[in-house]
Design a protein around this ligand. Structure first.
Ligand code: SAM
Length: 305
């Protein structure tokens, strides 16, 4: 899509240049060279107009939010399977400008991810992070390739809306501060982040892996919490929410037992002091599904000591 756009841009530029170099295509020229240069100029003008229209059409298409049904995928991926996608060897090798191009162009902005939505699914909560924290970069990590592609296209469409006019975005939000990566959060975090880099990590409605034999696949475990504690800075926060009571208890007990995390009380969370906590039960696609079904949710938020 981008490549086509670039080609169209180039075509438009080339044709416009030709027209200018030929002297603007005035009526006098046409009389002097009937069927010759003037005809060529007419053709060039028509071609430039067609290229411009094509470019506009591409832009209109890009502005449409992607349709979920075109990104069919399996309901689950096994996070313990070896995946074949490429990961950088070290965080310094990640080209963040590719993911946040507008931010990279601003010399005053910090090109460093601070919020991570682990298993972001279809991206509803990630987009909310972009709205709530306009000056911070938020990244979604997603294991399933089609779902990652959907979120990436959703972000591209929102960015093309230029401020959310008439689309699904919030007015005034450019979504230049959100991006998504295909990654296995159980394995790949050290390839993307440095120690103490993150303000917030989110684990929203994670896959429950009900069977006891599959509990080792769960995204919250003693070892994984050690890793998350490494990447979250002191004073940063880790957020969990689920509609599965047993999983809620599992996440809470693991976090309570971890020496580097302390529980944030409900008074603080419900008192409105934490913007991110407000949207836990409503912004993601799973949250919306649970809400529609009037399901109960279990929330646990912890501060990194
Ligand atoms: C039940 S969905 C919840 C999605 C989203 N958080 C929401 O609330 O709508 C869990 C998501 O986590 C993803 N996931 C599971 N394990 C993962 C891992 N190790 N790394 C990244 N994503 C993972 C799944 O592919 C799935 O999209």
């Amino acid at each position: 899509m981008n490549q086509n756009n670039n080609n169209n841009n180039n075509n438009t530029k080339t044709k416009t240049k030709t027209k200018t170099a030929a002297g603007g295509g005035g009526a006098g020229d046409k009389k002097r060279a009937p069927g010759g240069r003037a005809e060529d100029e007419d053709k060039n003008t028509a071609a430039a107009a067609a290229a411009l229209e094509l470019e506009r059409e591409e832009k209109r298409k890009k502005m449409q939010p992607p349709k979920k049904r075109l990104y069919r995928t399996r309901a689950h991926s096994n996070p313990l399977n070896d995946q074949s996608f490429k990961v950088p060897r070290h965080p310094s090798e990640v080209n963040w400008a590719e993911h946040f191009p507008a931010v990279a162009k601003n010399p005053e902005a910090k090109l460093e991810v601070e919020n991570v939505d682990v298993g972001c699914g279809f991206g509803g909560y990630l987009l909310k992070l972009g709205e709530v924290y306009p000056d911070q970069l938020s990244l979604g990590l997603e294991l399933r390739d089609k779902v990652t592609e959907y979120v990436a296209d959703r972000i591209t469409a929102l960015r093309a809306e230029e401020g959310g006019e008439g689309g699904e975005g919030k007015e005034g939000c450019t979504y230049e501060n959100v991006a998504v990566l295909r990654a296995n959060a159980q394995k790949d975090l050290p390839h993307y982040f440095r120690k103490g880099q993150l303000r917030r990590m989110f684990f929203l409605f994670p896959d429950p892996h009900f069977k006891a034999s599959n509990h080792r696949r769960r995204i919250i475990s003693e070892q994984l919490l050690d890793e998350y504690a490494h990447f979250i800075r002191s004073g940063g926060r880790l957020y969990t929410i689920t509609d599965v009571e047993e999983l809620g208890a599992w996440m809470k007990s693991h976090l309570d037992a971890h020496p580097l995390f302390e529980r944030v009380g409900d008074e603080e969370l419900d008192g409105g002091g934490d913007e991110a906590a407000k949207f836990l039960p409503s912004a993601s696609e799973e949250a919306q599904k649970v809400k529609r079904n009037e399901g109960k949710t279990y929330r646990s938020v912890y501060r990194r000591r």
